[in-house]
Design a protein around this ligand. Structure first.
Ligand SMILES: [Zn+2]
Length: 353
């Protein structure tokens, strides 16, 4: 039914493409971080590793993930923990543990890759972030979400805590040391909950031209409960919120004139839109209004503006519900990853590498 509502939008879609400047690869991260500041806390102190989840899969080979220590800012403190325990906490926080095994493994590899990408990025002092002295934080909008299963497994999964903890742990342990590389370096393996029917390019969303973050078909997003979303806001509240951020905007009595020059990406999201005479990106408007995605249409109902969204998240890189769908259709984790990050190579690091 919601699809019918989408057709009632009064936005005029002009599929015009604006050439954007290409950015070097690392600009992706810098771009993402401009809208956020590093987390703050009243005090910094380092807590030495406490076991998160100790029932790990026995391995005949030496573990790369166990050989790497990361410093994570979480819960107001800095924890030092093995990459393995960190990734178990990330996969548990980022993807439903009920997802198919191959989707969980794809998530583990994507999370490991993104972690190594960030650690490498911050070797450059000019790119380093404080994180209060840590390398990573648990803000999903900044690094990745993280949960300490030793504390949270029961509340997350109830009686299934052992089963699900083991599923997550297995996904990490069975992919030990595996990462996605481009030009022999870990990629910015960003992911989102559910893209639209196609993923978005990093260029369209963040202005960074990344060869492996380009639009690909993405099935199964509709299985996400938040795939179709709706945000209602009164006209006056919208104007107030917009003017607070963009004071030069002008809103006439005729609200048909408020929204102009809508340019969409190849995948359907708003690339740019002119609101009250001010051109902004769809991502910026999404952030301002707290929309589920930048793939939206708009209609008017009485005094309200109704934004109808499709997809959940920024839409770039691996769609988690897409990974679930591909896994259910029989694809392996490496097939899922090569689909969502085209042109990348799956590598395996050894402990001594
Ligand atoms: Zn962070």
């Amino acid at each position: 039914m919601k699809k019918l509502l989408l057709t009632a939008a009064f936005l005029t879609v002009l599929p015009m493409l604006c050439p954007l400047l290409a950015f070097p690869g690392q600009a992706l991260l810098a771009e993402k971080q401009t809208a956020r500041s590093a987390p703050t806390a009243p005090e910094d102190r380092t807590v030495v590793e406490a076991p998160l989840y100790t029932r790990q899969v026995p391995s005949k080979e030496k573990s790369y993930d166990e050989s790497v220590t990361v410093r994570l800012y979480t819960g107001g403190t800095i924890r030092e923990l093995s990459l393995r325990n960190y990734l178990i906490g990330v996969v548990a926080a980022e993807m439903p543990a009920s997802f198919p095994e191959e989707a969980l493994k794809a998530q583990a590899i994507a999370a490991r890759t993104y972690t190594l990408y960030k650690l490498r990025l911050y070797e450059d002092p000019s790119q380093a972030e404080s994180h209060h002295g840590a390398q990573l934080c648990d803000d999903p909008a900044h690094c990745a979400a993280f949960t300490d299963l030793a504390v949270t497994a029961a509340s997350l999964w109830g009686e299934s805590k052992e089963t699900y903890s083991e599923r997550v742990s297995n996904a990490v342990c069975e992919t030990d040391g595996m990462l996605l590389a481009y030009d022999n370096a870990p990629i910015a393996a960003v992911f989102c909950a559910a893209s639209g029917k196609m993923t978005e390019s990093a260029k369209d969303v963040w202005g960074a031209d990344i060869p492996y973050l380009v639009p690909v078909d993405s099935p199964g997003g509709e299985d996400c409960a938040k795939y179709y979303g709706e945000k209602r806001i009164t006209r006056s509240d919208f104007c107030a919120a917009f003017l607070k951020e963009y004071p030069s905007a002008v809103f006439s009595e005729n609200d048909d004139e408020w929204f102009r020059s809508v340019h969409r990406t190849e995948s359907g999201s708003i690339r740019t839109i002119t609101v009250g005479g001010v051109e902004i990106t769809g991502t910026a408007l999404r952030s301002l209004l707290g929309l589920n995605s930048a793939n939206f249409t708009l209609r008017r109902e009485g005094d309200e503006l109704v934004f109808s969204t499709e997809g959940y998240g920024h839409g770039v890189g691996m769609s988690q519900y897409g990974a679930r769908c591909l896994a259910l259709s029989g694809q392996s984790c490496d097939e899922i990853l090569s689909h969502y990050y085209p042109g990348t190579v799956l590598q395996k690091k050894n402990p001594d590498a």
